[in-house]
Design a protein around this ligand. Structure first.
Ligand SMILES: *Cc1c(COP(=O)(O)O)cnc(C)c1O
Length: 379
């Protein structure tokens, strides 16, 4: 069969046409249970929706195809998916993760890993050799990275991390929430597992909380992850799964527009008198730009940060003066958001106090520039 490009596959929800009715839109299957036939054998492959349901299947097939993986599994949130991976690490084993990463996942590692006797080493995301030094051969079971790293957008070289993990007998899991498979397919660079908080770009409309894992191979660890989802019950539900499928159909066009807008903003505000630095992997001045060019093949994404002149007070004042950028957490929706991360993450946060994180939406970029210009006039 001809290999279609990602945007074609997405637009057609995986070439969907319902063979029974001719419908071009995939159906919702809200049923929690599935009958058996006269011979007491199952009619299809479904038994009960805590395990599997045809509507989850539609999303899982599509996302496995996007990332080029063997299988995908859908979860009730990003954290439900991440913790299912962490749960596969046993007492006495070791996990490696970045110092700056999605703070919810790091919170879990700091608290639960310690309680369960799992070792944890955090590595500096600005040093590409740091990941190899953090690994303990024979003990490290999982290297978990995120790229670009939220909210400094440091870029971690996936191929380098994969090689370091594999040399030590560990696997590499990559949080690709911010890059999405539109621009980075982590399995192509040697990752074993890819994670997306589908709450963000994949759904894209700030109205579904969901997580997705994609695996390179259906090995023992993957069987364990499936066992965890089935027994913990972190499934999404048919209606949300269907909404997510609907959101996915426009992912490529949304991501491309957000990337275009973010690059324009980054270029416009670099060198602005009230801005100390603009952090965006698409800027040549960004330390991770060369790696980003290699592993982000279709845009640098819609996330950037502005370190403003001054400290936390100035940053928060600017956030409240913005009219188009709503002051709210989360990212990857069609509407632009701003957040003062240091306030949200609390005292353990490594994020600079003058940093404002922008999730750039798909609005007209000139309106966004004008909004920021006005808010920055405070100084
Ligand atoms: C939001 C987010 C998560 C967690 O996903 P939820 O859907 O909120 O549980 C993990 N990683 C990154 C990078 C995120 O932005």
């Amino acid at each position: 069969m001809k290999e279609y490009s990602i945007s074609t596959i997405l637009a057609q929800a995986g070439h969907f046409v319902d063979s029974g009715t001719g419908a071009v839109t995939p159906p919702i299957h809200p049923s929690t249970t599935f009958v058996r036939g006269d011979d007491y054998e199952l009619i299809g492959e479904y038994i009960y929706s805590r395990d599997q349901n045809p509507t989850y299947d539609q999303v899982e097939h599509l996302t496995a195809e996007l990332d080029g993986g063997a299988e995908a599994k859908l979860f009730s949130s990003g954290m439900a998916a991440i913790t299912a991976v962490f749960e596969t690490v046993n007492m006495g084993q070791h996990i490696v993760a970045p110092t700056i990463m999605y703070h919810g996942a790091q919170d879990w590692l700091r608290r639960i890993a310690k309680k369960r006797g799992i070792g944890l080493t955090l590595f500096d995301t600005t040093d590409q050799n740091a990941v190899r030094h953090a690994i303990k051969p024979g003990k490290t079971a999982l290297v978990w990275i995120e790229t670009p790293v939220n909210p400094t957008w440091d870029v971690i070289d996936i191929a380098v991390a994969a090689e370091a993990a594999h040399d030590a007998g560990a696997i590499l899991g990559v949080d690709c929430t911010v890059s999405t498979p539109i621009t980075t397919r982590a399995l192509d660079f040697g990752a074993d597992l890819v994670f997306h908080s589908a709450t963000k770009y994949l759904n894209g409309h700030s109205d579904v909380t969901a997580g997705i894992l994609v695996t390179r191979t259906t090995d023992k660890r993957w069987e364990e992850i499936k066992f965890i989802r089935k027994h913990v019950g972190g499934v999404l539900g048919a209606f949300e799964s269907w909404l997510l499928l609907r959101g996915l159909r426009t992912l490529s066009i949304r991501f491309e527009r957000a990337s275009y807008n973010a690059l324009k903003l980054a270029q416009h505000f670099e060198g602005h008198p009230n801005v100390e630095t603009v952090l965006y992997p698409g800027l040549e001045s960004h330390p991770g730009h060369m790696i980003a060019k290699r592993q982000m093949s279709n845009g640098f994404g819609g996330m950037l940060s502005l370190c403003v002149k001054g400290g936390a007070t100035e940053a928060k004042t600017i956030a409240t003066r913005l009219k188009l950028f709503a002051s709210a957490t989360s990212l990857g929706g069609v509407e632009s958001l701003v957040e003062h991360r240091a306030s949200v993450e609390g005292p353990m946060s490594q994020v600079p106090p003058n940093l404002l994180r922008l999730s750039v939406g798909i609005e007209d970029v000139n309106d966004l520039i004008a909004d920021l210009e006005l808010a920055l006039e405070i100084h």
